[in-house]
Design a protein around this ligand. Structure first.
Ligand SMILES: [Zn+2]
Length: 463
């Protein structure tokens, strides 16, 4: 009996100078596809045996598990939507009717951040946990983390958030040393650990790593750029792919910043930018099949440069909490299909999440897009804004109220001019009418442990 418990992958250090964590990231797409379809067939056989949830759904759709052999065959199946997962969870707590492994085989659980009500709880078997670590290791590696690196953990470590324990496990798995303070540990503690341990990399949310850098002179008596950090790995919210925010992070830290993307239901991270910083590669195609849904036509479209749509995910190496054709609500744009790094997975940018999308007089508006425009207007603005969605649901026929902080050096007497400038920029770039209120710099709380919430449901009391 093999009783070895390993925390680190045994060959981690052989990969230090490799071009990618796994060779499949560089494989020709026809080879990747063959591997995906082999795994798809195995996954279907597993679900046929173990998932009453999908047995029922397949029966309703009149499809046999054995009929699903290719990526195109998936189109015979209905989508799995988030409300179904929520209903399944409520009907059979804690892991839902879609749990497809014995409770005795589950070694770990995570929780989604869940914008409404209870979070979704996700179960992992040992094999699932390994798959998550492998996918995340590929991301960290693409982002520039190397075996032997110290990595300051500035994502939240609490509440079951995937940026916590799973990120820690992936750093350890790939041969790094995670400095496990967490955003919840507070800025003082994080900066102190940074000064003491001098990590080469930091992982965290983009707005939070900016905040951390801004606090360094006050708490440590030195600039963040003097601390020897070489890589900032950001995710969990938009920002890392927005040039103005990336530039700010890189300037403050004197380091390179790369972005990654995941999403609890499928893993910690499976999209990641390489050194070229021109979009996030899909690095885990042998674990997840991705389809791109054009929401306007309802059709699945190819990953071609310029294609836009919602990501649909099918986990093909998943036991405890399987998902078939899961509608993620993540909207992406394909930025490219080839890259100097040699990775063959398409490169994307996440343009927003359907959960966050507002519809202003028929125009789709993502809060992150407004944030990006306001950021581009620094130093006239302080790069900080809030949307006041003081209406039912996500749709309004009126102008959208946006509160923008003026730049710290700007004269308040010229607010009327700034208001007009922001409104014009927003109309030109995003095609909607905004009603902008200008407020003083630092009116709103700086980003802390929680994600920055861009949308307020009522107009705040302003000083
Ligand atoms: Zn690349």
């Amino acid at each position: 009996m093999d009783t070895a418990i390993r925390y680190r992958r045994i060959d981690a250090f052989d990969k230090v100078t490799a071009p990618s964590w796994d060779t499949i990231e560089l494989a020709p797409l026809e080879d990747v596809r063959a591997e995906q379809e082999r795994n798809l067939v195995t996954q279907m056989a597993y679900l046929k045996e173990n998932s009453t949830f999908y047995q029922q759904r397949f029966a309703e759709a009149g499809v046999e598990f054995d009929d699903i052999k290719t990526i195109e065959d998936l189109q015979k199946l209905p989508y799995t939507v988030k409300t179904e997962i929520r209903e399944s969870l409520a009907a059979d707590q804690p892991f839902g009717l879609h749990r497809a492994a014995d409770m005795g085989d589950i070694v770990q659980m995570q929780a989604s951040s869940g914008t409404t009500g209870s979070p979704a709880y996700i179960a992992l078997t040992e094999k699932d946990a390994e798959s998550w670590q492998e996918m995340s290791a590929r991301c960290f590696f693409a982002n520039g983390v190397r075996p032997g690196d110290m990595v300051l953990h500035a994502f939240s470590m609490a509440k079951g958030f995937v940026g916590g324990i799973p990120a820690f496990q992936a750093v350890q798995y790939m041969g790094g040393i995670d400095v496990p303070v967490g955003a919840d540990g507070g800025v003082d503690r994080l900066l102190r650990a940074l000064a003491d341990t001098r990590p080469r990399c930091i992982i965290g949310a983009p707005n939070f790593v900016i905040h951390l850098a801004e606090k360094a002179p006050e708490i440590l008596g030195m600039e963040a750029s003097e601390l020897g950090v070489e890589r900032l790995i950001v995710g969990g919210e938009p920002g890392g792919g927005i040039p103005v925010i990336r530039d700010r992070i890189e300037k403050l830290w004197g380091a390179k910043c790369c972005e990654m993307l995941g999403g609890t239901d499928l893993g910690m991270a499976y999209w990641a930018e390489c050194d070229e910083q021109s979009g996030m590669h899909m690095v885990s195609m042998d674990h997840i099949i991705t389809e791109l849904l054009d929401n306007e036509t309802g059709k699945i479209i190819p990953f071609k440069e310029g294609a836009k749509g919602e990501m649909i995910y099918t986990a093909i190496k998943r036991e405890a909490s399987p998902l078939v054709r899961f509608r993620s609500g993540d909207f992406i744009e394909v930025l490219g299909t080839s890259c100097g790094c040699g990775r063959t997975g398409p490169k994307i940018r996440c343009t927003g999440r359907t959960d966050d999308m507002l519809i202003v007089r028929g125009a789709n508006v993502f809060p992150s897009a407004i944030n990006s425009i306001v950021g581009e207007m620094a130093p006239e603005t302080n790069s900080v804004m809030r949307i006041v969605a003081d209406f039912e649901g996500h749709t309004t026929q009126g102008a959208l109220k946006v509160i923008v902080e003026r730049g710290p050096d700007r004269d308040p007497a010229r607010d009327a001019e700034l208001k007009k400038d922001v409104e014009t920029r927003l109309r030109n770039a995003l095609v909607f009418k905004a009603d902008v209120t200008i407020v003083a710099a630092d009116t709103f709380e700086k980003p802390g442990v929680a994600k920055v919430v861009f949308v307020l449901r009522e107009f705040p009391d302003l000083p």
